[in-house]
Design a protein around this ligand. Structure first.
Ligand SMILES: Nc1ncnc2c1ncn2[C@@H]1O[C@H](COP(=O)(O)OP(=O)(O)OP(=O)(O)O)[C@@H](O)[C@H]1O
Length: 255
């Protein structure tokens, strides 16, 4: 069976003032359809560069990304990307931002509003439907962006540290909500984080990256679902894997 995403020999370097910075070197990874893959790595190891390449938004210096068997040459409507930077439309309020993907798809006004309102409630933004992005906190903007991405119901979701800026309690609530929404959806998720606990709570598999995207560990996470944050944290498998991933990250940063 071929994988949904097949990444081979992927490298990216940036040129500036006649100096080249290598961000990712010779990266290979296969991602199966319907799986939730956490990509764990320290700051600067090339995670965002890798997601940009998977989204088709940037072109590799060498290597290829195959999506559903075809080379990915540009953005694909099936792939939703929640970037680290804010991409909400400043002139649209929250509900109209969230409605955007549905609008593009030509859904009726009633349907758009219904789906958007439900997602806004799920990300905890009820009451802020008519606020503009500038009137929201950073964490609220992240949540609005998340709701907008989910509104498009893409087959594949690329998420770059979506909960990094949130307080611990809200982060846990949204992690659980994301799992609820994902479970049974058939969607494939590539979730980038530098948080070991988050990678383990969410993923079917955690891929640990070192410098230049070198794969330090590729570990299946056999913790039963549905997972609640509080119960999973004390699961013996979770505790053992936490140690293993921490050791891999540490080793990678000194290698
Ligand atoms: N547009 C760019 N121009 C030049 N260098 C870049 C560019 N984008 C990324 N880099 C460099 O590539 C390397 C990897 O960056 P990247 O943003 O992919 O890391 P990351 O793992 O996502 O980090 P973080 O967790 O802090 O977001 C870094 O050394 C960074 O400085």
């Amino acid at each position: 069976m071929s994988s949904l995403l097949e990444i081979s020999g992927l490298s990216k370097q940036f040129e500036r003032d006649n100096t080249a910075t290598v961000a990712l070197r010779d990266f290979d990874l296969s991602i199966e359809e319907g799986t939730f893959v956490s990509i764990l790595g320290r700051s600067g190891c090339g995670k965002s560069t890798m997601l940009n390449l998977l989204s088709g938004l940037t072109r590799p210096s060498s290597g290829t990304v195959h999506y559903q068997g075809s080379v990915l040459n540009g953005p694909n409507v099936d792939i939703g990307y929640l970037t680290q930077s804010d991409t909400l439309m400043p002139w649209r309020d929250v509900v109209r931002n969230v409605e955007m993907p549905l609008e593009i798809r030509g859904e009726s006004k009633e349907k758009r509003r219904e789906v958007a309102q439900a997602l806004i409630a799920k990300v905890g933004l009820s009451g802020f439907e008519n606020h503009y992005p500038r009137e929201l906190s950073g964490g609220m903007r992240r949540r609005a962006s998340l709701a907008r991405m989910l509104a498009g119901a893409p087959k594949t979701l690329l998420m770059d540290e979506p909960f990094g800026a949130l307080d611990a309690q809200l982060r846990n609530e949204l992690q659980e909500e994301l799992l609820r929404l994902w479970q049974g959806s058939g969607q494939t998720v590539v979730f980038v984080t530098h948080d070991i606990e988050e990678a383990l709570l969410l993923g079917d598999r955690v891929v640990v990256l070192g410098q230049l995207g070198r794969i330090l560990l590729d570990e299946p996470i056999n913790i039963p679902r549905p997972r609640s944050v509080d119960e999973t944290r004390i699961d013996p498998t979770f505790v053992a894997l936490h140690k293993k991933l921490a050791a891999a990250l540490k080793e990678g940063s000194t290698a």
